[in-house]
Write a protein that binds this ligand. Structure first.
Ligand code: PMP
Ligand code: GLN
Length: 378
């Protein structure tokens, strides 16, 4: 078979999770919670499964869930999306992102991606014949160089992918950053794919700035979210896309022949559960406590902890602990110290290595404690 992705191998998340399993290591690599899902949500799921809500959901997604998302965006970001024509439920944020890219990208279109970047974007762009133009976030603070962005935008730039709050850096964009984007984008024909799956995980009273707020370019923005991150259910694979009517029309043309629709009982269960905003508005506080707990422990080691303003990932430089490259260091940590992490070089096309690894702290405190105990032996 002639490979469509000759340079791509198995995603680092599978590689490290498997290595963790083989070595009986604590998995702080792949991002998923190890604590139980709220039983109220499980009860709703059981209810809808047993009440025979088991056939195809509407292609757009269950109506009540779309209405609640529409209300949420109006309330939180003063941005109105019509639930009929501008919101679609997807099979996770992954399928949403894949589908946005399939909707927009023609051969030779350029797509700007900020690195370190979540590993899904680049291969998907390439599958559709697009060309990735990477821009490295400024090391070590991981801020955006807007001058470089202006230089790299060309007549061929079809799409700019922005992940905020950012995986893996844990950094978030400010209101000023978004204004800069708005200004730059309004002078181009580029579209924005705003991957905002960690929108409710921001710390220290800092508010998430959604691209949905940028009124003057709203007709060129796709917003992507994930219920996996919102309700600790990464295995359910339910997400969503918001976009203005004309964009959504094209998105749906692709979506209908991709998965058509998404798991039915989960959508009904999520709609009931989401009615109570208390179920997601305290996520920042919940994860901030975990972040602080983990940082406190890690401060007792020689890791140099990098700032974490959002997401459930914390990164650290290990240069004072080892001369190994980040892949070898993460492998050794898994095999010998029984803690799995993600080497940062996996998030760069050119495998840039700054001796940084990423920890996921979406874990029970006892799991974090056990991991810290192992890391203290380094
Ligand atoms: N984008 C980012 C930045 C992520 O971290 C993830 C997490 N897995 C996704 C997209 C995909 O989300 P989902 O699991 O809902 O497909
Ligand atoms: N988003 C998760 C992470 O960054 C992993 C998702 C996946 O395994 N594909 O760890």
């Amino acid at each position: 078979i002639k490979s469509k992705l000759p340079h791509v191998s198995t995603t680092i998340f599978s590689v490290m999770s498997q290595l963790a399993q083989e070595n009986n290591a604590i998995n702080l690599a792949q991002g998923f919670p190890d604590f139980n899902t709220d039983s109220e949500l499980i009860t709703r799921l059981n209810y809808y499964s047993t009440q025979n809500y088991n056939q195809y959901a509407p292609m757009f997604g269950v109506e009540k869930l779309r209405i609640l998302l529409s209300e949420k965006f109006t309330k939180l970001y003063q941005s109105d999306y019509d639930f009929q024509n501008e919101i679609n439920i997807t099979s996770g944020a992954s399928q949403a992102i894949f589908n946005v890219i399939s909707t927009l990208i023609h051969p030779n279109d350029e797509v700007i991606i900020f690195e370190p970047a979540y590993d899904l974007y680049q291969p998907t762009v390439e599958l559709f014949g697009g060309k990735v133009v990477p821009i490295k976030l400024k090391h070590p603070e991981y801020s955006i160089d807007f001058e470089e962005l202006k230089q790299k935008i060309s007549a061929k730039t079809k799409l700019i992918v922005i992940n905020n709050p950012n995986n893996p850096t844990g950094r978030i964009l400010s209101e000023e950053d978004l204004k800069q984007f708005e200004k730059i984008i309004s002078e181009t024909n580029a579209y924005i794919l705003a991957d905002e799956v960690y929108e409710h995980i921001t710390f220290d009273e800092k508010k998430h700035q959604s691209f949905a707020q940028l009124k003057s370019i709203k007709d060129r923005v796709f917003i992507v979210g994930s219920f996996g991150k919102l309700f600790h259910i990464t295995g359910w694979k339910i997400g969503y896309v918001l976009a203005e009517k004309e964009l959504m029309k094209e998105f749906r043309k692709c979506h209908q022949f991709n998965v058509f629709s998404t798991h039915t009982p989960s959508q009904y269960a999520l709609a009931d559960y989401m009615e109570n905003a208390e179920h997601y508005l305290h996520l920042n506080q919940f994860f901030q406590e975990k972040r602080d707990f983990f940082i406190e422990g890690l401060q007792q080691t020689k890791f140099e902890i990098l700032p974490c303003e959002g997401t459930y990932f914390l990164s650290a430089n290990y240069a004072k602990l080892s001369d190994l490259n980040d892949v070898d260091f993460a492998t050794k940590l898994t095999k010998e110290y029984k803690v799995a992490t993600i080497p940062f070089s996996a998030f760069y096309q050119d495998k840039t290595d700054h001796n940084i690894i990423r920890f996921c702290f979406a874990k029970k405190n006892e799991t974090l404690e056990q991991a810290l105990e192992k890391l203290s032996k380094l």
